[in-house]
Design a protein around this ligand. Structure first.
Ligand code: BG6
Length: 492
């Protein structure tokens, strides 16, 4: 069994779901376009619908056309489509898995070794799939195949541990790829370079120079057709426990001894372990949640969360969450990390904003400049991928006036096309590189951090603040700030 050989097949559980249509299939198609898919590789779409292969292909073509628009190319599509087969199956039905075994048994061109099982399904279904793979022997021989698990991994710390135990009963750790696609985003990876390849930055990256850190992931979209999953999850489980916490670890981690998968993950875990636990009585001061009401986004009237199809009446599920964490270690003690994420905000904007401290002396106080604004380092993740530093310079002319200029440290030039996060990560799965995947102790420590908030909110299901869709949330979220001069930064 050679782990270096490419997979023969990737089975997509949940092939007709939202994630597959919006992210996975387009990413795979792009890899096809770039000739990055191994020749031997086939895909098996596993879904419930009573379909023949042609029906599936029609569905997939439409999904790709919707997503790619003018970039859709029929010749590439034909090549891509030729790799597919379709297995009609129920996740809970063992017979379906027997059909899968049969399909996987069909000969493939080229030399290949393992199968990748991609669980693009609701977290509540993970257990059924893992158990059924075992029943039909698809986890054998032990150590060979790969399983990709989407987030959230579990719904709280206990269920995450149970899921992990179950997975380890059937798979070795190096077969498990816990995906957090934010780690595949270019700016996130570039943050590592920004911090650890520049002697200019790292000496300033600590409590002596940094006032606070803000991590924002704002989306203009609502929950679409995902109420079934989202209404039980909410923004804390859907985004903050995983994506935002991962961003926090990359901002705060110590330089690892090497860029090896485990060296990197060890440092991330140290950060998570150092996050000060939030006691129950302090939840209110550390976390804020809200839900979108109807409003206007990008000039269009949109429904409130309660009116979305499939949402429970009077649901108190949060679509916006803001939280404050302290990392009690040598580097960060006393520096607040403010995290926030929300749906139906005015626009898509994901950014890490680091505010530096004021200079020790306001030398220009006697001049027309008065108080100088602090410096910021701004790392925009999307829609732009950019990095800039805000610094002061003198305005040309007679007076002693300063102005803020933005030093652009973006690595992107206009004509360079970056890879989509899922493309990069799927390629890693195919090649067996786990560097950008999550180890279980990261998941566990990250649940430990958010668990007190989850448990507290679960007891308070009667009331939730609402914000009009298309706004930046509510003034109440400002109660998290430690000082009066701190405020959310909504612009680059
Ligand atoms: C997913 C969440 O993990 O990330 C979605 O489940 C969210 O709710 C999405 O919309 C955001 O990812 P991206 O890459 O589109 O910013």
């Amino acid at each position: 069994m050679d782990q270096k050989l490419h997979p023969c097949s990737m089975v997509i559980f949940g092939a007709t779901g939202n994630l597959a249509s919006i992210k996975l299939l387009p990413a795979m198609y792009h890899l096809e376009a770039k000739n990055r898919l191994p020749e031997s590789m086939g895909f098996i779409a596993f879904a419930r619908r009573e379909w023949a292969l042609d029906d599936w292909l029609e569905f997939m073509k439409l999904a790709l056309q919707n997503k790619l628009g003018e970039r859709f190319d029929n010749a590439i599509y034909e090549r891509f489509a030729a790799r597919f087969s379709y297995v009609k199956g129920e996740l809970h039905d063992v017979e379906s898995y027997r059909r899968l075994v049969e399909e996987l048994g069909k000969p493939r061109p080229g030399v290949c070794s393992n199968v990748v099982f991609y669980l693009a399904i609701k977290p509540t279904e993970f257990t059924a799939v893992i158990n059924n793979l075992d029943v039909v022997g698809l986890n054998k021989p032990r150590g060979l195949h790969r399983v990709v698990v989407e987030k959230p991994f579990g719904e709280d710390i206990e269920s995450a541990r149970m899921l992990n135990e179950l997975m380890h009963r059937h798979f070795n750790e190096d077969q498990i790829f816990r995906i957090d696609h934010f780690l595949g985003k270019e700016t996130v990876q570039n943050l590592l370079v920004f911090r650890f390849a520049n002697t200019l930055i790292e000496p300033l990256w600590n409590r002596n120079f940094i006032d606070h850190v803000q991590i924002t992931v704002a989306e203009d979209i609502g929950i679409g057709s995902r109420a079934d999953y989202y209404d039980k999850a909410g923004a804390l489980r859907d985004m903050l426990q995983n994506h935002l916490m991962q961003l926090l670890t990359v901002v705060a981690m110590e330089p690892p001894p090497s860029m090896e998968a485990d060296a990197l993950r060890d440092e991330k875990v140290k950060v998570l372990r150092s996050i000060r636990p939030i006691p129950k009585r302090a939840i209110h001061a550390h976390a804020f949640r809200a839900q979108y009401a109807e409003g206007i986004v990008n000039g269009k009237q949109v429904k409130g969360y309660q009116q979305e199809e499939g949402v429970e009446p009077n649901s108190a599920t949060e679509t916006f969450v803001a939280a404050k964490f302290y990392i009690d270690n040598w580097r960060w003690r006393g520096v607040p990390f403010y995290l926030r994420t929300g749906k139906r905000m005015p626009r898509q904007m994901s950014m890490i904003a680091v505010r530096f401290r004021h200079p020790p002396q306001q030398l220009f106080r006697e001049t027309s400049t008065e108080v100088i604004e602090p410096n910021w380092a701004l790392l925009s993740i999307q829609p732009e991928e950019s990095m800039q530093m805000e610094i002061h310079s003198k305005q040309p002319g007679l007076g002693m006036n300063t102005r803020v200029i933005q030093m652009n440290a973006s690595y992107h030039t206009g004509d360079e096309v970056s890879m989509d996060a899922y493309e990069a990560l799927l390629l890693d799965v195919i090649e067996g590189d786990r560097t950008l995947f999550i180890r279980f102790d990261e998941v566990e420590w990250s649940w430990r951090v958010v668990d007190p908030i989850l448990k507290y909110w679960e007891q308070e299901r009667q009331f939730i603040h609402t914000y009009p869709a298309g706004s930046w949330g509510l003034h109440e979220a400002n109660r998290l700030f430690d000082t009066e001069d701190q405020e959310w930064r909504n612009e680059l």
